[in-house]
Design a protein around this ligand. Structure first.
Ligand SMILES: Cc1cc2nc3c(=O)[nH]c(=O)nc-3n(C[C@H](O)[C@H](O)[C@H](O)COP(=O)(O)O)c2cc1C
Length: 263
């Protein structure tokens, strides 16, 4: 699949997690189009997407606490990775964000949910092998016109509107960034992450940018590599919007992946 760079790059700047939906169905042709495009492609080995034309209540039911209650969505997608593949979490982040940006470009709302959902309920809707894990889901639908009070509280708790400054994210010991590298890292900086923790760090050198995770250990439930996979797609879109096509190689944790431009 050729990445639709222009529309996904634009979507980076308008996407926001939405948790209240207005119950309107998604046009079945649009949902089928999403399912066809994303279920068939393997943008990255080790991960895939299932699109479900059913309300996600059973998947999201029983949420407690102050974070992540989602209402009124008519459909959802599940982000699935191979259990044995070490690159699976980053691959899930990358392809999951691809669906999220495509949905955003289509005017639909989404919200990554990896914390509190029921994988068993997803398995009742989709054929998922024992060697696969459902890492996360997203509701798909039309956002309610305004943020509800509850939504605003969630956003305030996660400080969802803020992002760390570049100076905190980029390895200062490297050479000054080329303009394409600065554009790529800025796009990655805007990526969503679990609890908005932004666990990615960037380093750059001649012709490449590397994404790594902050902290020496990953978290099994809220994988930093998954968050880094999301940032990888943003980074690639920022690079390609600046005219630099490249390719990825995966690295060992806490490094995650390197984007190297093709000259
Ligand atoms: C991998 C991942 C998991 C997330 N899990 C949840 C979740 O379980 N519940 C929830 O309400 N939001 C969840 N979020 C949404 C984040 O809180 C949100 O992306 C972050 O606060 C930034 O806000 P924004 O997406 O509006 O830019 C998740 C986001 C990511 C990327």
């Amino acid at each position: 699949m050729e990445l639709p760079v222009d529309s996904w790059y634009r979507a980076i700047f308008v996407r926001k997690s939405r948790r209240s939906y207005d119950d309107r169905p998604v046009d079945p042709a649009v949902l089928e189009g999403l399912a066809r495009r994303f279920e068939e492609v393997r943008l990255f080995p080790g991960a895939r997407i299932g699109v479900v034309a059913r309300r996600p209540e059973a998947v999201l039911r029983g949420l407690v606490g102050n974070y992540g209650r989602i209402t009124g969505a008519p459909a959802y997608a599940a982000f699935i990775g191979d259990i044995v593949s070490p690159g699976a979490p980053a691959a899930v982040g990358y392809i999951g964000e691809a669906l999220i940006l495509e949905a955003t470009a289509l005017g639909l709302a989404t919200c990554w949910v990896s914390g509190f959902f029921r994988p068993a309920a997803v398995r009742a809707h989709l054929d998922i092998a024992a060697a696969e894990r459902v890492y996360a889901v997203t509701p798909i639908g039309h956002a309610a016109d305004a943020y509800t009070r509850r939504d605003r509280i969630y956003r305030a708790l996660a400080r969802s509107d803020g992002r760390k400054p570049l100076a905190e994210l980029v390895d200062a010991s490297g050479p000054p960034l080329d303009p394409w590298q600065a554009n790529a890292i800025e796009a990655a900086r805007l990526a969503p992450s679990a609890g908005n923790r932004q666990p990615w760090r960037f380093s750059a050198g001649p012709g490449f940018v590397e994404v790594g995770a902050a902290g020496s250990r990953d978290d099994e439930r809220f994988s930093k590599r998954l968050d880094c996979g999301i940032a990888m797609l943003h980074l690639e879109l920022g690079a390609r919007a600046a005219g630099k096509t490249g390719s990825w190689s995966l690295l060992d944790y806490p490094r995650v992946a390197r984007y190297e431009i093709i000259v």
